[in-house]
Structures are given as C-alpha cells and as structure tokens.
Design a protein around this ligand. Sequence first.
Ligand code: GLU
Length: 428
Amino acid sequence: MQVRVRFAPSPTGFLHLGSARTALFNWLFARNSGGKFLLRIEDTDKVRSEKRFLDEIVEDLKWLGIDWDEEIVFQSQRFDIYRAKAQALIDAGLAYREGEAYIFKMEKGRVIEIDDMIHGKISVNTDEIKDQVMIKSDGSPAYNFCCVVDDIHLGITHIIRGDDHISNTPKQVLFYEAFGATPPRFGHMPLIMGADGAKLSKRHGGVSVEEYKSEGFLPEAMVNYLMLLGWYPGEEREIFTLEEAVKIYNVKGMSDVQAKFDIQKLKWMNGEYIVKRDVKRLLPLVKGILQARGFDLSGVDDGYISKLIEMYKVRMKTLAEFAALADCFFKDDYEVEEKGAKKHLDNESNKANLMIFAGELASLEEFKHEKIEAVCREIAEKRSLKAGDIIHPTRIAISGKTFGAGLFEMMEVLGKEKVIARMTRAAT
Ligand code: GLU
C-alpha cells in the first residue's frame, strides 16, 4: 500500500512552528516510504481565511524545503460535494436536518478504539460525544466532517497531527464508518511547549516561521531543529540535513511526551549552519536583513559586505545579529555601549594613547591589519603600556562596542580615514 499523507493548514494566520513541524513529519513519512505528500487548504471559514496567509504558508513550506505532490486541494471549492455527502448520510438514516444545518446522529454507548501510532491505544465512549454538525446553517462544512470527506477522497493512509486533535479523532472515525471507509492510521504529536512548560507563545521567542525567517534563521537550521522536537533519530548526533532525515525517519522514534522549545538551542544550531554556508550564499540574505533594518546599502559593494560576513560568521547565531554586530561598518551613528565607553574612553591617559596611535596611523602607507598591529605594539612597548591599554579604547572608539571581530582587521576594513576620524572624535 502506498503511503498518502497530507498537510491541511487553515489560511487564517501565518504558519506557526507547530504546524510547520506537523508538515515536516508528514513529509518525512511520505518521502521515507516513497509515498505521496499532499497539501490541502482548509479555507472553509471565508471570513477568516486570507490570501496573504495562504501565500505565506505556501512560501514558508517551500522555504523550509517541504514540497508536495499533486494539485493543492482547496476546501472552499468543494462545498457542493460536502453537502451531497451530508445528504447521503441523511438518506441513509444516519443524520438529520435542523433548518439549514445537517447533523450527524451520535450512536450511544459505543466504545471507539484508536490505535495511535504515537500514543498507542486510545478509547472513547460515544456517550461523551454530542451529535455532530456536518454542514452549518450558513452552508459551510464543519471541520470534522469535511476533513473526513476529503481524506477519503484523497486516499489518505496516515495522519500525523497535533495532540489538540485527539478529541476530534473518534468523531472522524465515526464518519469513516458511516461512509463505509477504513480510517487511516492516526498519530498525535504532543504539542510544543516553551521552556517554562507553558504552551508555546510569543514570549518564548516568536511563533511564526515568518518571524524566524526575518531574524535570519536559515531554513536548514529550522527544519533540523523542528525535526528533533518530538522525534528521536536513534543516535546522539543532532545535525541532520533533510535528505539524511528522510533516509532514517521512522514513526517509531516519535515521542509521546511534550517537546520543549529551546530558542538557545535553535540559535546554536543556526550558528552551525551559518558557519557552514559559504559567504556567497549568505550575502543576499544578509543584504536583505540589513535593508529591512534600514541600512543604506547604496554604493556599498558586495566585496565589502562579503569580507564582513567572513569576519563575523563565527560570531553570529542569526543573520540579524550581524546587523547589530557590524553596524559600525555601515553608518557613523552606530550604537555605542555606554558602560564600555565610560570605562575605556572616559580617562585622559587612554585619550592620549588614542591620539598617539591615530597620529602614527596617519603616516602609515599600507593600511593593512599586520601593519596596524605592529604600530600598536610598538607604541605599547615604547610607552610601557599593555597592548590592551590601546586596543580597548580603540575598539570602542571605532565601533562603539567592547567585542567584535579582530580589532586590526576591523580597522583595515573600515579604512584609514574613518578609523582616524573616529579615534580623534573619541579622544577629543
Ligand atoms: N486545519 C486543521 C488544522 O490546521 C487540520 C487538522 C488535521 O490535520 O486534520 O489544525
């Protein structure tokens, strides 16, 4: 039997991490077994469904590397079918009308057993379930009903989704029965929680894929992180490409306990992928991030930005961090650390040393980092200073920061004129 799975988002909001994870596991399941992964848009709520959300969801999936087979199915185009299917259940004596609404009669005293791929046996007594609306009085179908109509139509064999759907599953199983169809295998994943154990929300560092994209997380890192949220690959290694995950994916490795979202770990992972990615491929992303943050890049050449990315690659966990770390290379009104400035620049001897260093640099012909460093060390030696006595004030003078890439490289990239101007400004 060929595996057929689907991802069924509602375009009523942006793709959030939990949904992206659901899509990912269904996709891994399909690709691992040579099956099909379908995309169905659950846009039955015409008021809340919006084109911009749909576009964003589609774009985010592609960005993550999740592709789908066959044509996208839109529930909004299938209302006639749902009504006909609901009518068929009325004709079979399993449902009734109440005004415009079509309602499914719940049989009492039945025990519905679900053999969940992740949780094992789940059983529910139908006494706990009310009659189910199939078509609402406004003519739109109810989720549990149209979901089953479509899953049967699409030949879906397995459904992996969040635990929040567990209570829907017995209702859906009853619709399969009513249509004389075999239900798919269900697997419900425990939801993603924040580090504090509360449901994942904005304060844990953002919930939509979009937010992570614009912070400069790389898609490889996002999918790698998401796949480890609730799945154990069977080995301690943590860095996996999608291709590698496809090969070893097994639903048996899915966890039945809640996964904790850990932004620090995601950042760490992103840093690993940034270091690995070559500068050429980082360049357009970094430029996008800088522009989105209001940096004026007109007249700034790619070679200059590339050089900076090379210097800062190991220091940034997200591309947005680059914008904060390297702002002094793009503007003169860069952020200045107040404490650092007070410590290193608010004293006469440091200011004097800065002026001496700036003076020596003025006559330096080749403004290369080795030469700049030699000048710095020479002054330190002559004046019985530690190199740090010159380095720290210089760093804060030219960049506003107490940390960053190697100081002499930074000076070389900034160029003589800017460096001397900033040192002089800081010393006077
Ligand atoms: N539209 C539903 C959701 O986004 C789909 C649930 C399902 O996979 O059946 O939660």
